[in-house]
Structures are given as structure tokens and as C-alpha cells.
Design a protein around this ligand. Structure first.
Ligand SMILES: Cc1cc2nc3c(=O)[nH]c(=O)nc-3n(C[C@H](O)[C@H](O)[C@H](O)COP(=O)(O)OP(=O)(O)OC[C@H]3O[C@@H](n4cnc5c(N)ncnc54)[C@H](O)[C@@H]3O)c2cc1C
Length: 317
């Protein structure tokens, strides 16, 4: 995609809504995903500062008018970006961070979408506020976790989300809106997935709790992830969704048909977990996708069950 066309709309947005923006052309996406794969993004934009919301709203409107696609990037912990990269603009929320808790009411606390999830967990616990500890040690940002309705250790975002401030399309143009939590959430599902939106802030219901107790729960979950090998290799966590119909975790299903350690190119079913694919060092995005498709096919043949990927394939496939 022509970079001068992209630069033109960035300049127009900045003229109208000055804010700090880091602009990079032909940015390697492998530097921005936990899988460490992905080709070049035509343009990566990292906005920051007080003008963030107005700038992003204007950018989304102008990009829409000029047919420039925009992909929203959080921590890149749940995506496989194609080796062909991403056309148009990647809007990186990573600089839009909460450094100290913003209290809205007795129980409501707001985080900016680019805040690292583990940092949000830490900030809350430091104030003796409980509710987010189930997310301890999970890679990614608040925006990504809300969009995905991330879940672990018996909790999910929908349990604690109060509302989210988003930019979404309404009657043909992008507007800022506050969405109350409630309907539209499910297993790895959030209403935001159907909305073509940018999550700007999210407010959570947090409750006063014993600080020492919270810190010990957080330490337990972090240790558990470490012991399960989550951080040993580049990966994106669980590859396929679980499903009650399987009668067992998807990882066990994959393990039982002998696929642990199975490899295509540099992508491998983790020898220590059937539902994690790891990049052993030189995997391409194509290797990962081929392995996902192949494993799904093999599981279907062996058990009749259809696996649904949880990871998102982004960019130009
Ligand atoms: C080692 C490891 C362990 C993991 N364990 C778990 C786990 O236990 N449970 C779990 O649920 N997940 C887990 N994951 C997956 C991942 O951490 C989560 O899905 C996380 O919520 C992704 O957040 P992200 O910011 O990285 O999103 P990204 O991967 O950057 O994006 C994911 C999707 O969200 C969209 N998005 C991101 N930010 C925004 C925003 N601000 N506004 C609108 N859309 C946005 C993107 O466009 C994309 O479609 C794990 C990953 C790893 C690497």
C-alpha cells in the first residue's frame, strides 16, 4: 500500500488533533508478536498522550474513507501474523499505558488499553484490591484481554469488567462510546469482536482484600505458568479452544493421538503441552498455520471432533 497515502492521513489527523505518534514504515511484525513470526506491516503507528482518543477516532474515520485497512495491536500474544505481513496501518496501543490506578467509584478502577495485563494485576494488588489476580503472568494488554474475554484459573474478564470505552462505527462513522459489561460474552467471546472497534479504556470491579493474600495468589499463578513451560519458547498460549463435548481438555485429546512433539518446519506441538505450538527458532507463520491445520485434520480423523483455533491469523494470508 502506498505509504504517501498513509502519511497524508496521519498528517491530517495530527494537524487536527496533535498528539505524540511514533510512525514506522515496513515494520517487521515478528518483533511485535510473542510467536516471533510475521512479515512487514506497511505502517505501524504508536500514538500516545492526551490526544490519543481524538487522534485515533479521526484516523479510523479517514482510513475508512480512503480504504486503508487498520489492524489494532495489543501485546501480540494471541496472533499469528502472516509472512506476507499486514497491509495498511497497524495501530499499536502499547504506549497507551496506566501507570497508577484511576479510581472511578468505590469499586471501579480504570486501565488504559495498552497496559500490560500483569502490570494491572500488580498495580491492583499493591493497593490491596482484588479481582484481577486470575490474570497473573498472562502475556498481553488490557485491551487484548477484554477483546478476547481472556480466561484462566477459573476466572474470565467478563466476571470483573464494569465497562469499556471504545471507538466504534455507528451510522457510517467512528464515534466514542461507553459499553457496559453484560451481554455478548461467552467462552473466548466478547461483544467487541463483532463491533469493528478500538478499546481505549476498561473499568474493572475490584474489591478491598488482604494485600499479602493477593500477592501470594499472584505468585502461585506465575509459578504455575513457569512450571508448565509457558515462557520457554515463543508461542501464543493455547492454540485451540476447549470444548465440553470432547470430555477432556483439547491438549489431552491432541496428546492421546500421539502428536506431542510433532513438527512442521520450525513449528512444533510443545513436547510438554498438547495445546501449545512453539516456535523452535526458525518457524515461519506458514509453518505454524500448516501445523494448526494438520493437527485439526488428524484430530478429526482420529476422534471425529472439530477443533476451533483460539489464536487469530492476522494479515495477508
Ligand atoms: C505464554 C502464553 C500464555 C497464555 N495464556 C493464556 C491464558 O491462560 N488465557 C487466555 O485467555 N489467553 C492466554 N494467552 C493468550 C493471550 O495472552 C491473550 O489472548 C491476551 O488477552 C491477548 O492480548 P494481546 O494484548 O496480546 O492481544 P493481541 O494478540 O495483540 O490481539 C488479539 C486480538 O485482540 C484485538 N485487540 C487487541 N487490543 C485491542 C484493543 N485495544 N482494541 C480492540 N481490539 C484489540 C486484536 O486486534 C486481535 O484481534 C497466552 C499467551 C501466551 C503467549
Amino acid at each position: 500500500m502506498k505509504n504517501d497515502k498513509i502519511q497524508e492521513i496521519i498528517d491530517q489527523c495530527l494537524n487536527q488533533f496533535p498528539c505524540t505518534v511514533d510512525v514506522r514504515y515496513d515494520e517487521p511484525m515478528k518483533n511485535h508478536t510473542t510467536f516471533k513470526v510475521g512479515g512487514l506491516a506497511d505502517c505501524m503507528l504508536c500514538p500516545d498522550g492526551e490526544g490519543f482518543t481524538s487522534f485515533c477516532k479521526e484516523l479510523l474515520n479517514r482510513a475508512e474513507d480512503t480504504d486503508i485497512p487498520v489492524f489494532v495491536l495489543g501485546g501480540g500474544a494471541n496472533i499469528v501474523v502472516s509472512d506476507n505481513g499486514i497491509r495498511g496501518i497497524v495501530l499499536d496501543t502499547g504506549l497507551w499505558k496506566t501507570e497508577s490506578l484511576l479510581k472511578m467509584s468505590e469499586e471501579e478502577f480504570v486501565f488504559k488499553s495498552g497496559t500490560v495485563v500483569d502490570k494491572a494485576v500488580e498495580l491492583s494488588a499493591a493497593e490491596g484490591l482484588g479481582g484481577l489476580e486470575f490474570l497473573a503472568g498472562m502475556p498481553g494488554t488490557i485491551g487484548g484481554a477484554v477483546w478476547m474475554n481472556a480466561r484462566c484459573y477459573g476466572g474470565e474478564i467478563a466476571d470483573v469488567l464494569s465497562w469499556a470505552e471504545i471507538i466504534c462505527k455507528e451510522q457510517g462513522s467512528y464515534v466514542v462510546k461507553r459499553i457496559s459489561a453484560g451481554q455478548g460474552f461467552g467462552y473466548k467471546l466478547s461483544p467487541f469482536q463483532k463491533m469493528d472497534c478500538l478499546i481505549i479504556n476498561a473499568a474493572f470491579k475490584l474489591k478491598k482484600d488482604d494485600k499479602e493474600k493477593l500477592l501470594s495468589v499472584i505468585a502461585k499463578y506465575r509459578k504455575d505458568r513457569q512450571e508448565k513451560g509457558h515462557y520457554l519458547f515463543p508461542c501464543a498460549g493455547s492454540v485451540f479452544k476447549n470444548n465440553h463435548d470432547f470430555g477432556k481438555p483439547t491438549g489431552q485429546l491432541i496428546d492421546e493421538i500421539g502428536l506431542k512433539g510433532y513438527k512442521i518446519g520450525g513449528a512444533q506441538i510443545a513436547p510438554f503441552h498438547g495445546n501449545i505450538i512453539i516456535n523452535t527458532g526458525n518457524a515461519s507463520a506458514k509453518d505454524i498455520r500448516s501445523l494448526v491445520d494438520d493437527v485439526a485434520e488428524k484430530v478429526k480423523t482420529a476422534t471425529g471432533f472439530v477443533l476451533e483455533p483460539e489464536i487469530i491469523f492476522a494479515g495477508q494470508w
